[in-house]
Design a protein around this ligand. Structure first.
Ligand SMILES: Cc1cc2nc3c(=O)[nH]c(=O)nc-3n(C[C@H](O)[C@H](O)[C@H](O)COP(=O)(O)O)c2cc1C
Length: 281
């Protein structure tokens, strides 16, 4: 029997963008994967319920089923199970208490070391261009992490990626004993969700999806309407750094993101990448 109370595809897309779909959609109920993806939210509060090791293994197997650039499989995942190491990560990033609360904390890394070792073992030398090599390993790590998130959400779990680990790159590298060529992409908190946060409203597809050629000529108008649509469901409780930027009446996502990116950050990450074997200049 179809569930008449389940949100339709149009409802789910409407919630994601907080506007009526501006593109034609299939005239059919959403399948379970599509409904899950359209309803995705990061989760930053978790129950104490542990994640069974067998389930974690399954999710990791799903994660590692992701496509991999040239089949090089340049990913490494560290499961921080030692409570002392978990505490050390939490101490490094005290403003994100969800790291401590999550029953599982994984570190997804790009791994440019393994293929270099393989080349050496098989009598060749790895000679790929360094920035492209770094990008490939970073993308592999990202796609594997996203596969993990999809698998975890399908099992009723919630996740929160933590790129803030790169604010303390040297300390995280030391804690996880990452050798040269292996770099942190993001941590991931995993647990059974303890709250029901809002769906984060996305930029409209007319801003992010282009036909045949790139076109951002209407960005300014689109930003104003997106800020308003987003603010209606995801309001900002306060303005970022008013001492530096002042207070504005129409403060929204675009103001917030412009202010958020107004400082150089994660310089230790760039330094680590360069000295760990990626000669990116
Ligand atoms: C690579 C990556 C790094 C992220 N790093 C953090 C982080 O350090 N701390 C955090 O609380 N959320 C982090 N997030 C979560 C984003 O803030 C979140 O995905 C975004 O606000 C959109 O919300 P949604 O995923 O619920 O749709 C990260 C997400 C990604 C994809």
């Amino acid at each position: 029997m179809p569930d008449d109370t389940a949100p339709s595809l149009k409802d789910l897309v409407q919630t994601r963008f907080n506007e009526a779909p501006d593109v034609p959609l299939p005239d059919a109920p959403p399948n379970a994967v599509h409904a899950q993806l359209l309803s995705h939210r990061v989760r930053r509060r978790y129950k104490e319920t542990p994640v069974a090791p067998e389930l974690l293994n399954l999710l990791l197997a799903c994660a590692l089923s992701a496509p991999a650039k040239s089949d090089l499989q340049q990913v490494a995942i560290i499961n921080f199970s030692d409570p002392d190491k978990r505490a050390a990560v939490t101490d490094l990033i005290p403003d994100m208490p969800w790291i401590k609360q999550a029953p599982v904390f994984l570190l997804f890394c790009g791994d440019g070391r393994r293929i270099r070792r393989i080349a050496n073992l098989r009598g060749t030398t790895f000679a790929h261009e360094p920035l492209d090599a770094f990008m490939n390993a970073a993308c592999d790590a990202a796609i594997v992490m996203q596969n993990f998130i999809v698998a975890a959400e399908a099992a009723g779990l919630g996740c929160c990626p933590i790129s803030a680990v790169r604010e303390a790159t040297d300390e995280i590298v030391a804690l996880a004993q990452l050798p040269d060529g292996v770099f942190p992409f993001a941590g991931l908190c995993v647990g059974y969700p303890a709250d029901e946060p809002w769906v984060s409203v996305r930029l409209p597809m007319r801003v992010t999806v282009h036909t045949d050629h790139y076109d951002d000529s209407d960005l300014e108008n689109e930003l104003a309407s997106y800020d308003a649509r987003r603010d209606a469901v995801n309001p900002h409780s306060k303005q970022r750094d008013p001492a530096r930027f002042g207070e504005v009446n129409d403060y929204g996502w675009s103001h917030d993101k412009a202010r958020q990116t107004a400082n150089a950050d994660r310089l230790s990450f760039a330094a680590y990448i360069k000295r760990s074997g990626f000669d990116i200049g």
